[in-house]
Design a protein around this ligand. Structure first.
Ligand code: BMA
Length: 354
């Protein structure tokens, strides 16, 4: 495990504080707070490199679901050079749990190391159980761009890769049910030419079988999310609720005056999450949005404010329990995996009609 080093010079931070109205001593916007209906699990992080029985430095951005009577997690596992701290490679780890809180990591990663995996590397997985199979969406980095991918498994040993997109696209999430007979996915292409400044949006597509995708439409524009000044992207696979499909999406705000955050270097982005509600019968229609972000990286929360890339929360899994509570799994500061909980009705109340 790489030690977290304090590269922040807090007095410098104060001088280079954000352009926001009311900032704390580190220059962080005070109003930027997690909605009180969302509670962080006191035992966070729920998974870190210390829990992994193979080479591991950064454990984050996991997909989580329930399958065959257990909770299952596939997490992103990066490993770094111990002297330079430069990330050298990445694979996907597999963990199981009986309660969604205590996790046991399998002895081997899922896919081979980045060098030998045919697609370069697979990362940022999201899991969805659909029609009795477990599907995994992932990003895959190749020398010729970033693609989205979908693979399916019944046993977490054998994977059938159904679809790899043309670059650039990532942050795919699959709905847990077919809608009007079709599989539905949210995605985030990068429209580099027409959307300078990383103003990337959330799109939606449909498929009869997970292999062939079409009916692609723009679902949510960054312009519709006033609290971001950069990109948005799908975060958790949606869950069915009586009011519609509920999902978290991530949103990024950048302030050029911020000092570089985190030991990855020149990092000025902040990743937070908002809620969206999609029409039950027509998920191509956004019917609700949270007014602001509902889960944000907190300054006093060590794992979110001090990591590989500081001020990042990156949710990848949301599980609805029988008592109407919701478990939200999120990568924190690109270094650990954390858990927060909320009541479903409270989350629905935060979605204001659009
Ligand atoms: C995104 C992805 C995520 C990462 C996030 C913040 O572009 O690379 O894996 O968590 O940036 O660093």
């Amino acid at each position: 495990m790489i030690m977290i080093i304090d590269i922040h010079n807090h007095s410098d931070w104060h001088r280079h504080n954000l352009n926001s109205v009311d900032t704390d001593e580190y220059g962080i916007d005070k109003a930027w707070q997690t909605n009180p209906v969302i509670k962080r699990y006191p035992g966070n992080p729920i998974l870190s490199a210390d829990d992994v029985p193979y080479r591991s430095d950064l454990v984050f951005n996991a997909g989580v679901t329930r399958y065959q009577g257990r909770y299952v997690m596939v997490f992103r596992n990066d490993y770094a050079d111990s002297a330079s701290k430069a990330v050298q490679g990445c694979n996907l780890g597999l963990a199981f749990s009986d309660d969604g809180i205590d996790w046991k990591v399998e002895k081997q990663p899922l896919f081979l190391d980045s060098g030998s995996y045919p697609l370069g590397m697979a990362y940022d997985p999201r899991l969805t159980v659909l029609d009795g199979r477990c599907y995994m969406c992932f990003a895959t980095g190749m020398n010729h761009g970033v693609s989205g991918g979908i693979a399916a498994t019944d046993d977490f040993k054998n994977w059938e890769i159904l679809n790899i997109s043309a670059p650039d696209n990532r942050n795919w999430v699959l709905f847990p049910e077919r809608v009007n007979g079709k599989m539905i996915r949210l995605e985030r292409p990068f429209a580099m030419y027409q959307r300078p400044g990383d103003r990337f949006d959330i799109w939606i597509s449909a498929s009869p079988d997970g292999r062939y995708w079409g009916d692609t439409e723009l679902l949510l524009k960054t312009e519709s999310v006033p609290w971001v000044n950069e990109k948005i992207g799908p975060a958790t696979p949606p869950i069915r609720t009586p009011k519609g499909w509920l999902a978290l999406f991530h949103g990024v705000d950048v302030d050029a005056s911020r000092q570089g955050w985190g030991w990855s270097g020149n990092w000025r982005k902040r990743y937070s999450a908002g809620l969206m509600l999609l029409d039950q019968d027509n998920p191509y229609k956004v019917i609700g949005l949270s007014r602001g972000p509902v889960l944000v990286p907190e300054e006093d929360y060590r794992y979110e404010a001090e990591g590989y890339r500081d001020y990042v929360i990156f949710p990848g899994g949301m599980i609805l329990e029988k008592d109407n509570s919701v478990k939200i799994y999120y990568g924190a500061a690109d270094i650990v995996e954390a858990l927060a909980t909320a009541d479903l009705n409270d989350l629905l109340t935060l979605c204001e009609p659009v």
